[in-house]
Unconditional design. Structure first.
Length: 392
């Protein structure tokens, strides 16, 4: 045990910064941690919840008793996202108000045990993290991995400061170079996916569908709106059920137990299977023929990885940082981007036309996303360069 502890102490500390607003940031950090461990990277990874570090400064908790990330997740759960574009400047104003205090708290945190590298997977706080590291040691590399397909300027993901950005689309790389030309921007092949999306064993789809009470021969849709679910799922189910579409649905409600119970209790013409929170998303995607959900970067990328055409929605209720994702779906011809899920029935009629479905499936199949493996290699190179002694 003592030898093992000495080995850990000899490894460079690499901090992965995340928070739980939406859930995708923690998932991305854990996916990178898992791949780094599998590859034998000689890092001591510290998963750092930024909310915990800055908790004493959370004015929202002081005013409401709820953490900022909890408020955000409740907005998602209840679909209260109309006006989010206008609320974003207000949130940034509060962040700026506490900026100096954030820098002080972060500098104290990192000063106690300076990391060899900081890898941030969160938006909105890049400036305070970078300035805190400048106080502790300007030579510590600061890397921001965009877990969105594109930035939503100003001051969302990309700040004008000399650092490294890792981006999953050409659009994000272009933004990084325009907003922060003194920085380095790396292009990887997509969003970070959990390694289990690369380790999917073949399944007997017919048998698995029967086990869920579904017809093995009918077109099957997976309806998923992130870890908190969405009441839109109920409306989608109702519209499809009242149509003449000969389909069936797997509806995954996440942690939204009220929604799960309502969907399970609903008597429907079409066959359905309702699930709550699950870590078995790849399996359910294997059983599906198409995906319906919000235009989250993670959900879209997971569906495309599993070869599923997608149907998403883009309107004034869509989170501003996710609107580009819906455009990406249409630009790459891997599904449908709707003005409203009220159009779900005609959209499905179009998508399930044999020629259109084959086109979308073929386009999804040629998109190869190895970002999670590419990123660990990039981080290793950055860390190695930073550890070299300065030339005399």
């Amino acid at each position: 045990m003592a030898r093992y502890n000495r080995l850990l102490e000899s490894r460079p500390d690499v901090d992965f910064i995340f928070f739980d607003a939406g859930g995708g940031h923690r998932a991305a950090a854990r996916a990178l941690e898992a791949v780094a461990g599998r590859e034998g990277r000689a890092w001591n990874i510290r998963l750092v919840d930024l909310q915990d570090v800055l908790d004493e400064l959370d004015i929202f908790r002081k005013l409401t008793g709820l953490r900022l990330e909890d408020i955000y997740n409740r907005l998602l759960e209840n679909g209260w996202t109309l006006g989010s574009t206008q609320l974003l400047p207000l949130m940034h104003g509060v962040i700026r108000l506490y900026h100096s205090a954030q820098v002080r708290v972060l500098a104290k945190y990192w000063g106690a045990r300076p990391p060899a590298m900081v890898v941030s997977l969160v938006p909105n706080f890049s400036r305070s993290q970078w300035q805190a590291l400048q106080r502790v040691d300007p030579k510590i590399p600061f890397v921001t991995i965009l877990t969105d397909m594109a930035d939503y300027p100003p001051s969302f993901w990309i700040e004008r400061q000399k650092q490294t950005f890792i981006c999953g689309t050409d659009r994000a790389v272009e933004q990084a170079r325009q907003i922060s030309p003194e920085s380095t921007a790396h292009r990887v092949s997509g969003m970070i996916l959990n390694p289990k999306f690369y380790d999917v064993a073949p399944v007997d789809r017919a048998a698995e569908r029967r086990a869920l009470g579904l017809d093995p021969t009918k077109p099957t849709g997976l309806v998923l709106f992130g870890g908190m679910g969405s009441d839109k799922m109920e409306s989608i189910l109702k519209r499809i059920d009242e149509s003449s579409l000969d389909v069936q649905l797997v509806l995954i409600c996440g942690k939204n137990e009220k929604l799960r119970k309502r969907l399970e209790a609903r008597t429907t013409r079409i066959l359905k299977f309702v699930e709550g929170f699950t870590k078995d998303i790849p399996r359910y995607m294997q059983l599906a023929d198409f995906f319906i959900g919000k235009p989250g970067p993670g959900s879209i990328s997971e569906a495309i990885q599993m070869g599923l055409p997608v149907i998403v929605e883009k309107n004034s209720w869509t989170l501003p940082q996710e609107r580009f994702n819906a455009d990406w779906v249409t630009e790459n011809s891997v599904g449908e981007s709707l003005a409203s899920f009220r159009e779900i029935v005609p959209a499905l009629e179009r998508l399930l036309h044999p020629a259109r479905l084959a086109e979308c499936q073929a386009n999804a199949a040629v998109i190869r996303n190895d970002a999670v493996f590419e990123i660990t290699a990039i981080l290793d190179t950055i860390l190695e360069c930073a550890s070299r002694p300065a030339s005399s």
